[in-house]
Design a protein around this ligand. Structure first.
Ligand SMILES: [Zn+2]
Length: 314
């Protein structure tokens, strides 16, 4: 599901866009009425057409012929109107409402189906609120280079195929992933690439470093904010990506936050991807068994091996 807050904002944006398109058209119409009394008259006559049709339908006799006559009359009036506008030096559609999207007339929907323009807008917002920002534009599946992985290239290529499929098939049935390996081996790149596809398919993705996750929970824990708005996203989003687990200063409290997020998401059947520079032994040492039993029991591990690809790229 699209992020609820993003959906609300986009709907609001569309309402404003539509209202302003209508207000602009109205302003242009009044401008024309001020210089052309004929057009003002035509518009007054045209606005009665609907009522006339209604009247004909109520009287019964020769309905079709009379409606057809009325339609011809309206068409003739519109033709006159276009000519007058033209003579005055205005384009024929000058007083029409100019929507940004002609498909949905800036409502975001065509019948009951969401218009592509709104879907694209929601995806764009999804990218920006995912926590990945512009990273998502730069790091995707198209520019992962497996040649940087040396001896592990074949394994990496297999893994990338798995990640691509994971991203395109993503659902609440998807596995949890544990991305292991030292800094600079493309774990964040893979996470960003997965996030992009998952967002494009209409899901709510949130990415954050373990360090900032702790900050968010601290702010609420110590009562500076009690709305839950800061931490709800860790539980509610369709896919959560926690980057760099192990970089945070570990205390009983921080372990409680992390356990709470991992465990709640498992209980709710919401997938999580965790990346870490620590290996399995280091994870065992750094976290209590409630966390590690879940990481090793409920997450599919992937090792990123090779030289630091960031150095090789230079
Ligand atoms: Zn549209």
């Amino acid at each position: 599901m699209y992020n609820a807050e993003n959906y609300r904002k986009v709907k609001e944006e569309y309402n404003l866009k539509r209202n302003s398109a209508m207000a602009d058209a109205d302003r242009r119409k009044r401008e024309i009425w001020a210089i052309s009394p004929e057009i003002k008259q035509i518009d007054a006559a045209l606005s009665k057409t609907g009522l006339k049709i209604f009247g004909i339908a109520c009287t019964g006799a020769d309905v079709e012929d009379r409606v057809e006559n009325l339609r011809r009359e309206s068409e003739a009036m519109l033709e006159d109107r276009r000519e007058i506008l033209n003579m005055l030096g205005y384009p024929a559609d000058y007083t029409d409402i100019h929507y940004e999207c002609d498909e949905c007339k800036d409502t975001g929907y065509v019948d009951t189906k969401m218009c592509d323009c709104m879907r694209r807008r929601l995806i764009k917002r999804g990218f920006m609120t995912s926590g990945l920002g512009f990273l998502i534009e730069k790091q995707n599946f198209d520019n992962i280079k497996t040649s940087y992985y040396g001896k592990s290239e074949a394994t990496m290529r297999n893994n990338i195929s798995y990640f691509k499929k994971y991203a395109s098939d993503f659902s609440d049935k998807s596995e949890n992933l544990l991305l292991l390996g030292s800094t600079g081996l493309g774990k964040t790149h893979v996470a960003s690439a997965i996030a992009k596809v998952v967002i494009e398919n209409g899901n709510d993705v949130f990415y954050e470093s373990a360090l900032n996750l702790i900050v968010d929970f601290d702010v609420e824990h110590f009562g500076r904010e009690t709305t839950g708005l800061r931490t709800d996203k860790y539980f509610d989003c369709d896919l959560l990506i926690i980057d760099d687990l192990g970089a945070e200063k570990s205390t009983q409290l921080t372990q409680m936050y992390i356990y709470n997020v991992i465990n709640t998401r498992l209980n709710r059947g919401k997938p999580t991807i965790i990346s870490t520079n620590l290996n399995e032994d280091e994870l065992q040492n750094a976290y209590d068994s409630r966390i590690t039993s879940r990481l090793f029991g409920c997450y599919t591990p992937f090792s990123f091996d090779g030289e630091d690809i960031r150095i090789q790229k230079i």
